[in-house]
Write a protein that binds this ligand. Structure first.
Ligand code: FE
Ligand code: FE
Ligand code: ZN
Length: 279
């Protein structure tokens, strides 16, 4: 089995540049924000740039890569015009990703604020139903959340509820973030198999498409969402080892979102490959 690991990269130098950077640190997947998360002008990549990235992905047998929607969007927000804007941005992101060799589009299901979980779930599903019209091969991933504030998607049951209301289920999947599920109360560091069994029971493992691999600054069930470097947090190196050597997880694209610059990511990638290969 090929172990596919990578990290979050900056999109600012273009698409081909991300492919080259990934190669330089031994990654065979990576993640990037489709737009600058702090707003500002957005430069749409040229077809030539996307084609150059596709050649790199193809030639080096990359696993699917993950495009992350801007986290400032709220797919279940109360304001209808803001939700329309969110749908517009996400739809155009998906049109762009349809040109990428093998891409997942990961997003945060959003915060219901004071609308209640049920309304949040319904509005997020509505947003997916709108944007999935443009998805032919791009898989839309709902990210598991830590349950900070009024975030929805903090339990497998809530994610299952969202998926149940999606019309085009074949293009909808889940990205499991290890920091988020730990903060949400699932003890993935102690017993990944138990958490995956629960995931399978509630959602179905066929929906699990990608992993965000992060340690957490906070204890189990903290509902905080503060990522830590691999081995320096509450999951610990033993917990991380148990997670990445689980056969279900090891078969998926794994992306680091730890607080690192590129050199730190490179070190974590080689450490994790070493751990995986020694088991
Ligand atoms: Fe995220
Ligand atoms: Fe994440
Ligand atoms: Zn997070």
């Amino acid at each position: 089995m090929k172990f596919n690991i990578g990290c979050h990269l900056s999109v600012s130098g273009g698409y081909e540049k991300m492919g080259k950077t990934a190669l330089s640190i031994g990654a065979t997947t990576f993640q990037f924000f489709t737009r600058n998360p702090r707003g500002g002008s957005y430069k749409y990549p040229t077809d030539e740039d996307i084609g150059a990235l596709n050649s790199i992905l193809e030639a080096n047998d990359f696993a699917p890569i993950i495009a992350h929607a801007p986290y400032t969007l709220n797919p279940c927000g109360a304001d209808e015009s803001l939700r329309d804007y969110t749908k517009e941005v996400m739809s155009s992101d998906i049109c762009l990703l349809e040109k990428v060799r093998n891409a997942y589009y990961n997003f945060h299901p959003g915060c219901h604020v004071s609308q209640g979980v049920e309304t949040g779930i319904q509005k997020t599903a509505d947003t997916i139903n709108h944007i999935s019209k443009n998805a032919e091969k791009t898989i839309i991933l709902i990210e598991t959340m830590a349950g900070k504030g009024s975030e929805i998607g903090k339990t497998f049951e809530e994610i299952r509820e969202i998926i149940d209301r999606c019309h085009k289920k074949q293009v909808v999947g889940v990205c499991l973030d290890t920091c988020h599920v730990h903060d949400g109360g699932y003890d993935i560091a102690a017993d990944p198999d138990k958490v995956l069994t629960e995931f399978d029971r509630v959602i179905g493992l066929d929906k699990l498409k990608a992993i965000h691999l992060n340690d957490s600054k906070n204890p189990l069930s903290a509902h905080k969402d503060r990522h830590e470097k691999i081995g320096d947090g509450c999951l610990g190196i033993d917990g991380i080892t148990r997670i990445i050597t689980h056969p279900v997880i090891a078969s998926l694209p794994i992306c680091l979102e730890t607080p690192n610059e590129l050199d730190g990511y490179a070190r974590e990638i080689s450490l994790l490959k070493e751990i995986f290969n020694s088991k």
